[in-house]
Design a protein around this ligand. Structure first.
Ligand SMILES: Cc1cc2nc3c(=O)[nH]c(=O)nc-3n(C[C@H](O)[C@H](O)[C@H](O)COP(=O)(O)OP(=O)(O)OC[C@H]3O[C@@H](n4cnc5c(N)ncnc54)[C@H](O)[C@@H]3O)c2cc1C
Length: 416
């Protein structure tokens, strides 16, 4: 693509802003159109594994992220009796060149936004504009917008290429696939929250506890030293098997403590009082663990999909954000290398669609915390005397390695 040809990005979430920075780095102009009236630091915690931090490091953002995130030391796996199963070093501790960060989604978005404003400029970002449709002819792609609040029709915008980074409710995806079925429910609902709490373990550990019967909890700090008592902002997620999914896929939907606290009410360990921490939450959100079947294609001429718009996956394994970030590097690379934008979008799709399809499907069948399931099965959900009598550390490491390979953060592969 020539440098004069502009890319129009719909959505200023994690994918949209990262893509803008990647394109700018490659010398390609872009404009971003976001439905929210203002970009606010929404959401709760998100993890950036080394495959994502590698990309963000290439954008020169590692130091800015390290200032606001927790540099995770390890991922520790426990059963629901608080017994340690396995400790997996994270990021540099595992020999990667790049760290693992646990971060508030809003802090990540603000780091991206600050870089966008400094490098590309505020005049290239328009807020309160909702894309309602796209169309194209031989030479241009055009997006139609309405004002998010008044629903008033706004002037259409044309560019050489349009990328839908609209997240799970992408209008462009619906336009290309009008007959797509509803999201596929995994049988799990999840409650997420943040609590101001004293650091636990070394203050940098991401813990995964229990299995979905009766519940699984993930806990990790996302902001350090938030008050004079040296507390951290701790993110937690509780997954519970239920027949009926929570109704809407709404990242901001409020949850209630009484809907999930029952199964974990006695998870009080010497290293953390989990129910007390959940009860003290500042904010509780609920979300169904759903995904959508992988699409046969994302690119249609001059228009393509990226991030959750392209491959909505079960939000586990820190891959919703990471795979969106990986898409951005690939798309910018092909747009810079290939003069014909239609061929570039096709090359991007050919690289990223099979890779993300594997992650979507693996999250269903063999999730990142499959070792918890394995121990749950082998112990019959009872406490163990010695974990080595249940499963060897080598076998546990093998199970983890498999997920790393598929998700694209296998160390040997990432370093080449
Ligand atoms: C408010 C919010 C809170 C979230 N909280 C969490 C969380 O706590 N933990 C977690 O793991 N993931 C969370 N996510 C999802 C996470 O950001 C994504 O899974 C991942 O980062 C992939 O990013 P994305 O850019 O594809 O999508 P998103 O980050 O979801 O970004 C999509 C963006 O597109 C905008 N948009 C949507 N439709 C239109 C339209 N028609 N026209 C213009 N703009 C549009 C949205 O307002 C949003 O800013 C959240 C997403 C949102 C939007």
């Amino acid at each position: 693509m020539t440098q004069n040809n502009e890319v129009l990005i719909i959505g200023a979430g994690i994918g949209g802003l990262t893509l803008a920075l990647r394109l700018h780095q490659a010398g390609i102009a872009c404009r971003v159109f976001e439905a929210a009236p203002e970009i606010k630091p929404l959401g709760v915690g998100i993890n950036l594994l080394p495959h994502a931090t590698k990309e963000l490091t290439e954008l020169g953002l590692q130091d800015a992220l390290a200032r606001v995130a927790i540099t995770t030391s390890e991922i520790a796996y426990y059963n629901r009796f608080g017994q340690l199963i396995y400790r997996d070093p994270a990021g540099r501790n595992a020999g990667y060149q790049w760290p693992m960060f646990s971060i508030h989604r809003g802090d990540l978005q603000m780091v991206l936004l600050d870089a966008f404003l400094a490098r590309i400029g505020g005049d290239r970002l328009t807020t309160a504009v909702r894309c309602v449709a796209v169309e194209q002819d031989e030479n241009t792609a055009t997006a139609h917008f309405e004002h998010t609040q008044t629903r008033q029709k706004l002037p259409a915008q044309s560019a050489s290429v349009i990328v839908s980074c609209e997240g799970i409710h992408s209008i462009v995806r619906k336009q290309f696939f009008p007959n797509e079925g509803p999201p596929r429910y995994s049988g799990l609902n999840m409650w997420r929250g943040v609590t101001r709490w004293k650091p636990f373990l070394d203050g940098k550990t991401f813990v995964r506890v229990g299995w979905h019967k009766p519940a699984k909890v993930l806990i990790y700090p996302i902001r350090d030293n938030i008050d004079e008592e040296g507390r951290q902002l701790i993110n937690w997620v509780c997954d519970i098997e239920q027949q009926t999914p929570i109704e809407q896929r709404d990242w901001n939907r409020q949850g209630r403590i009484e809907d999930f606290i029952g199964p974990i009410s006695d998870w009080t360990f010497d290293w953390l009082d989990i129910p007390a921490m959940c009860r003290a939450a500042d904010q509780i959100l609920e979300y169904p663990m759903v995904d959508q079947d992988p699409l046969p294609r994302w690119s249609f001429g001059r228009v393509t999909l990226l991030g959750d718009a392209a491959h909505p996956m079960q939000p586990r394994g820190a891959n919703g954000g990471a795979q969106a970030i990986l898409d951005c590097g690939a798309l910018a690379k092909y747009l810079a290398q290939i003069a014909d934008p239609i061929a570039a979008l096709k090359a991007y799709q050919d690289e990223r669609l099979p890779a993300t399809t594997q992650v979507v499907l693996t999250n269903r069948s063999n999730p990142p915390d499959a070792i918890l399931q394995e121990v749950w099965k082998r112990t019959g959900d009872k406490p163990f005397r010695n974990i080595d009598d249940v499963i060897s550390q080598a076998e546990l490491a093998g199970l983890l390695k498999r997920y790393q390979r598929i998700a694209g953060f296998d160390r040997e592969k990432l370093e080449v």
